[in-house]
Design a protein around this ligand. Structure first.
Ligand SMILES: Cc1ncc(COP(=O)(O)O)c(C=O)c1O
Length: 349
């Protein structure tokens, strides 16, 4: 695959963020141990700090969001069973091959703004004796990637949690970008995590850590999850090197997400000024901007290619859609330059 040019404006994802100088410095002097033997003190500090911040009893450091979600499914669910998730969610689209590993059936339900519609959930929940495929888990995604970084507020989460909980079904939240949701709502992230039994957050997306996610839940759940992580080969050794960057991410990188959200709104406004049909009139709630440049995958890919040739990297996110993600390496000048390229390509037709 060709490497992007050095001065490219990289709007493909917030996962491209590189560690900060403070992270690199702290990684070099982190106290270390063997996390698979008697423990790594920096990993333990990160797990405790993340759990405290989210209001959960315990945490588990994992290599990726995908592994955090997979462990959550395995730790919650009993076979045979079904995992219910919103139809555009990362879990039932990008992670659906994992269903084979879990032995569970993943079922997509219609949503409203990225959250499973309550009527659809009510109809799908089945824990009756002798059910063919009883509901084992309900999965939520907040913010919702494919819905343009949409935010699920605490009231909606509480209603969904109550409905599932009344049937004895746990809820897991894929909170790859939960901090973006909390910052957008100006709420502590524990207010969002209060309405879920477990949650995965990613440190390696907008928060700039190089690697890692944390899965959180009750002490019993995390003890089970720790064994499953080992089974999957996700136990790391002197992982404090990575956890140290995660601690900086948690402590110093959350509030600045508001800057990414403001730049996403600026991109959205600028794009609409070029062609009002490109973006919905509602501004983005967080750091993802969706641009409708056509109706087909081929049209989106063509725009992706033409933009890349002018140094603006985006991703074709489906039929006719481009996905632009703001992050720490996108400043005001990058927004202006990207808009200039969009404008030039629009004029060229
Ligand atoms: C909503 C969501 N969940 C999970 C993941 C998976 O995270 P990872 O790439 O760390 O496995 C992503 C990745 O972009 C994501 O956007």
């Amino acid at each position: 695959m060709p490497q992007p040019q050095a001065d490219a404006i990289d709007l493909r994802s917030d996962t491209v963020t590189r560690p900060t100088p403070e992270m690199l410095e702290i990684m070099a002097r982190a106290p270390l141990g063997d996390d698979g033997l008697d423990g790594d003190p920096t990993v333990q500090a990160l797990e405790e700090a993340a759990a405290a911040r989210l209001g959960k009893a315990a945490g588990l450091f994992v290599p990726s969001g995908t592994m955090g979600n997979l462990i959550a499914v395995l730790a919650h669910a009993r076979m045979p069973g079904e995992v219910l998730a919103e139809s555009g969610s990362h879990l039932v689209n990008s992670e659906r091959a994992a269903a084979g590993l879990t032995g569970m059936h993943y079922r997509a339900l219609p949503g409203e703004g990225g959250l499973i519609a309550l009527t659809a959930l009510e109809a799908a929940l089945d824990v009756s004796t002798g059910a063919r495929c009883p509901t084992a888990l309900v999965a939520v995604e907040n913010t919702h990637n494919a819905c343009g970084g949409s935010v699920a507020p605490p009231e909606a989460l509480a209603a969904l949690h109550a409905l599932a909980g009344a049937r004895g079904v746990p809820v897991h939240t894929d909170g790859a970008r939960l901090f973006n949701a909390a910052v957008a709502l100006r709420l502590p992230c524990s207010d969002l995590a209060a309405h879920t039994d477990s949650v995965t957050v990613c440190l390696s997306k907008g928060l700039s850590a190089p690697v890692g996610s944390v899965l959180m839940g009750s002490r019993d759940f995390i003890a089970r999850a720790r064994g499953i992580r080992r089974m999957l080969g996700g136990t790391m050794r002197q992982a404090g090197v990575l956890a140290a960057a995660g601690l900086v991410a948690l402590e110093h990188m959350v509030e600045r997400l508001a800057e990414d959200h403001a730049r996403a709104r600026a991109l959205h406004a600028g794009l609409r000024a070029i062609d009002a049909s490109w973006c919905a009139s509602e501004p983005p709630q967080t750091n993802i901007v969706q641009v409708r440049v056509g109706q087909t995958v081929a049209e989106a890919r063509e725009w992706e290619r033409r933009l890349a040739a002018r140094g603006v990297l985006v991703r074709a996110g489906g039929a006719g859609l481009l996905r632009l993600v703001t992050h720490r390496h996108i400043d005001d000048a990058a927004v202006t330059r990207a808009l200039g390229v969009f404008g030039a390509l629009r004029r060229e037709g």
